[in-house]
Design a protein around this ligand. Structure first.
Ligand code: KG4
Ligand code: ZN
Length: 341
């Protein structure tokens, strides 16, 4: 089965053609970061307008590389920005109707969660998923496609959001995650010690708002002293990143121990973080577990993960009605197991 995937939930227009027999056929991505950078974050209306401009030309591009006909269309149905979701879902459903093929609305986080399946070796079920993106920080017990039990969630800011806000405090541009990571490489370990929120009590939930306040206070104190130079900024970036990475690692170790599941996957934008990958790699070694992650370009938003996830559900005979149905809010646990599982 050959599936066209369309991702337009936030600031990336991503499209791809995935074939269940032949694998990835073609992909194209346009990032709107330059459009939003002067506002320090994503402006929803600008995002929607740009998806309107880019989605169809990108689809034309990937279809030109796909010599065989498309058997189904997958589009991100939610969660995300309403206007942005509407663009991809309207285009996806219209194409499906015109071509006489089924359409499937994909949950954006299921797309992220299944992205490690595109790599070799792919993880086997069951596994624990750490989903860390701009809007989510979740630990999920995954028994199969659509069989998701939430183990832990963020009580406030998501990990990516915390990276973005800390970067802003240091005067770095949006999106802050990669900027903090880059600056942190020249930071001095040990100069600042940031808290590891919620690690001293049981449970697998996260909270990053206290860490955000701690960062703000540290930046303000250094500025007050007139010592917020480049080295100090790098030292703060290092301490911040180290605290987030350590917190995520502690919770992942706990999830492995509590569930007895020995495969851990990480996905979502923050899973591209090199320090996180390194720390988790050493933790899973201690725990006799295995770590899986997507290549960096499939950690952040892309059309390939949507084409892949949609393809699995279409193969199981599922499809979404052609009625309007974008869902800006959509809990992952509301998804149903793959038909037939
Ligand atoms: O998955 P994603 O592309 O979009 C959402 O679904 O939200 O994640 C974007 C988030 C942003 O907050 C960005 O700062 C963060 O992922 N991010 C990173 C890195 N690359 C992207 N955070 C830390 N280190 C990185 N290398
Ligand atoms: Zn995402």
């Amino acid at each position: 089965m050959r599936v066209l995937g369309i991702e337009t939930s936030c600031e990336e227009t991503g499209v791809a053609v995935y074939d269940s027999e032949q694998g990835l056929i073609s992909e194209a991505l346009f990032s709107q970061i330059d459009l939003h950078i002067e506002y320090g974050g994503v402006v929803p209306e600008l995002a929607s307008r740009d998806h309107v401009r880019k989605t169809i030309p990108l689809i034309k591009q990937v279809l030109a590389d796909s010599k065989e006909p498309i058997d189904g269309v997958a589009y991100t149905q939610g969660p995300g920005l309403m206007g942005a979701l509407m663009v991809g879902s309207a285009i996806g459903r219209s194409l499906a109707m015109a071509w006489g093929v089924p359409a499937i609305g994909v949950h954006h986080m299921e797309g992220h969660l299944l992205a490690p399946m595109l790599e070799n070796p792919a993880p086997q079920f069951p596994f624990i998923a750490l989903l860390v993106s701009g809007g989510h920080t979740q630990l999920v017990d995954v028994r199969g496609i659509g069989q998701y039990r939430l183990l832990g969630d963020s009580l406030d800011d998501a990990a990516g959001e915390a990276f973005d806000k800390a970067a802003k405090m240091l005067g770095l541009p949006y999106p802050g995650g990669p900027q903090i990571a880059k600056l942190a490489t020249s930071g001095t370990p040990g100069r600042f010690k940031f808290p590891r929120p919620m690690t001293n009590r049981p449970g697998l939930d996260f909270s990053f708002s206290g860490l955000k306040t701690f960062t703000l206070n540290t930046v303000a104190a250094e500025r007050e002293k007139g010592s917020l130079d480049t080295q100090t900024q790098a030292d703060i970036a290092f301490a911040f990143e180290d605290a987030v990475v350590d917190t995520l690692t502690i919770k992942c170790r706990r999830a492995i121990r509590e569930t007895g599941i020995s495969s851990l996957i990480i996905a979502g934008g923050v899973s591209a973080n090199t320090a996180l990958r390194a720390k988790l790699a050493s933790m899973v070694k201690d725990e006799n577990a295995t770590l899986y992650y997507p290549r960096p370009e499939y950690c952040t938003d892309n059309g390939v993960m949507i084409a892949y996830a949609g393809c699995q559900r279409l193969l199981a005979g599922e499809h979404t009605s052609l009625q309007f149905n974008a869902k800006p809010r959509w809990p992952l646990e509301d998804l149903a197991p793959l038909s037939g599982d």
